[in-house]
Design a protein around this ligand. Structure first.
Ligand code: FES
Length: 285
């Protein structure tokens, strides 16, 4: 892979970015590498190939080298990544985030954050390959055809970096930065992450309810608010009965016999008090 350097003057790069762009560390390819990670494509404008030498006894990264095709920040980010991972175990290396790479560089222009993401992706790819955990490509749903960006990547990057706008997604992944036809899908993904999940607009408790309305609302709150949270921890809930303001439930899955069972029941009661009626009590049947 040929190294291509573009002009670095149009962006406000930090001293560290300029330093690693002009004198990048760990450029090249390790002979007989234990792990290889590749991301991006030259057609899309950025590509990175990472080769690693791994100590099989300790699982530590003994050496790391990179070849990249891209701008100054892609070169500096790749160089920073190799410096950050050398000497670390594979598990420690996997904890390095794109924000760690940007921090090592003293920051990156927001439009160039995708270079730091590319670094962590190449590392993950190398480790997944080394461990033989590679997923079949068919499992990935491509959202942005122009830059071959999957839904999984958009979700991961959005959550890890708290991204809420399409513009930010484009800065971090390039998705949406070409023909723009994927923008409605990216918007839908962002709505799903930030508006359907925990950070929803807070529902308010209705002032007055008939018995039937109350029963329907209790069922609704259990289905939409309580059950997904319990299921996320391997548990579940069964609604057994509703007698006036007394809600009788059964805890299921991992919730059965859990030492925190009382706390869980109290949490369920609090949520129903908050969203249905202050008079609600919850009992395990
Ligand atoms: S499909 Fe995403 S920008 Fe073209």
């Amino acid at each position: 892979m040929t190294m291509v350097y573009y002009r670095s003057t149009m962006w406000d790069y930090t001293k560290k970015v300029k330093e690693l762009f002009l004198k990048p560390k760990n450029v090249g390819e390790i002979e007989n590498p234990d792990a290889v990670g590749e991301v991006g494509s030259m057609i899309c404008g950025d590509a990175l190939r990472l080769t690693l030498k791994i100590d099989k006894e300790t699982n530590k990264i003994r050496d790391a080298k990179f070849q990249t095709f891209g701008c100054a920040s892609a070169i500096a980010s790749s160089s920073a990544l190799t410096e950050l991972i050398k000497g670390k175990t594979l598990d420690e290396a996997l904890k390095i985030t794109n924000q760690d790479i940007a921090k090592y560089l003293g920051g990156l222009p927001k439009e160039k954050m995708h270079c730091s993401v590319m670094g962590t992706e190449a590392l993950e790819d190398a480790i997944v390959n080394f461990r033989g955990e590679k997923k079949p490509e068919a499992e990935e749903k491509i959202v942005c055809e122009c830059f071959e960006v999957s839904e999984e990547k958009i979700r991961k990057v959005a959550i890890e970096n708290h991204l809420t706008t399409v513009e930010e997604i484009t800065n971090y992944t390039k998705a949406g930065g070409g023909c723009g036809s994927c923008i409605p899908v990216i918007e839908a993904i962002l709505r799903d992450i930030w508006f359907v999940k925990p950070i929803t607009e807070k529902p308010t408790r209705p002032k007055k309810l008939t018995n039937l309305q109350k029963i329907a609302l209790i069922q609704d709150v259990i289905e939409k608010e309580i059950r997904p949270r319990l299921q996320a921890d391997g548990g579940d809930i069964e609604l057994i009965d509703i007698e006036g303001n007394k809600v009788v439930i059964g805890l299921r899955g991992m919730c059965v016999g859990c030492l925190m069972g009382d706390v869980t029941v109290k949490g369920i009661e609090d949520k129903l008090k908050e969203l249905v009626s202050e008079d609600i009590t919850v009992e395990v049947g």
